[in-house]
Design a protein around this ligand. Structure first.
Ligand code: 13P
Length: 235
């Protein structure tokens, strides 16, 4: 089974930078991974050779919602995935809003990439399990996945996003066991669990594991040489 590699370009790239990076992506052999590229909305066109994801969407399909992006329109434009609940957006979106957005994605045949993660204090106070359970169960509450509709869960401990090192492999694996249990208890069958947070070429080999279905990469995916080295190690 190929690992999934999601490139979350965040708001790092201007138009010209995105165009240049897209040329560099074209020189990378991605054949050993399932690549999903998540540019900002304005840069989708430069990465149209790849499976695309949006970094967010609204929970209504159409209407008087100034400044929002419709999941229905994303679907019509061939966007297959949407990242929801990323830590960098959770100050705007509650668990309940994220749930509405997950429903909107499923309604529009888009696969949600649901980001979850605890703070450092949560982990120190042994609250990781309860925080993750709440994030997962609320995001997926009332979402009918009984027909095997796919969902991706991206576990990103908050304090590991944009830091120097990822979480230790053993801690990722332990946390994944718990996430799997929560999803299994919810009778969700078609899921994959990814890790995100300071994944870099210099540390990817330390967090390779059969338990990890893939990686959600931020800063490293804006450098073609970094990304190339990550992809080579995943082999
Ligand atoms: P970094 O890879 O820059 O730590 O970002 C992780 C992330 O937030 C991906 O969604």
């Amino acid at each position: 089974m190929k690992k999934i590699l999601i490139c979350n370009q965040k708001m790092y790239l201007t138009k010209d930078e995105a165009i240049n990076l897209s040329y560099d992506y074209n020189t990378i052999d991605f054949s050993n991974v399932e690549l999903i590229v998540c540019p900002n909305y304005l840069n989708f066109e430069f990465f149209s050779d790849y499976d695309l994801g949006a970094q967010n969407c609204f929970y209504e399909d159409k209407g008087a919602y100034t400044g929002e992006i419709s999941p229905y329109d994303l679907y019509l434009r061939g966007i297959k995935y949407v990242i929801l609940g990323h830590y960098e957006r959770r100050k705007y979106d509650t668990n309940e809003i994220i749930n509405l957005k997950v429903k909107a994605c499923v309604r529009n045949s888009i696969i949600p990439i649901i980001c979850i993660g605890e703070s450092k204090i949560d982990r120190e106070l042994l609250k990781t399990s309860s925080v993750l359970k709440k994030q997962i169960t609320t995001a997926l509450s009332g979402v009918d996945l009984s027909d095997g509709y796919p969902v991706l869960i991206a576990y990103e401990p908050i304090y590991k996003i944009g830091s120097s090192n990822p979480l230790a492999k053993e801690e990722i694996e332990d946390t994944f066991k718990y996430i799997k249990k929560v999803l299994d208890d919810m009778k969700i069958s078609n899921y994959k669990i990814l890790y995100g947070g300071s994944v870099k070429s210099e540390n990817i080999k330390d967090i390779l594991s059969d338990e990890i279905d893939g990686y959600l990469v931020g800063a490293s995916c804006t450098s073609a040489s970094e990304l190339n080295n990550i992809v080579k190690c995943i082999k």
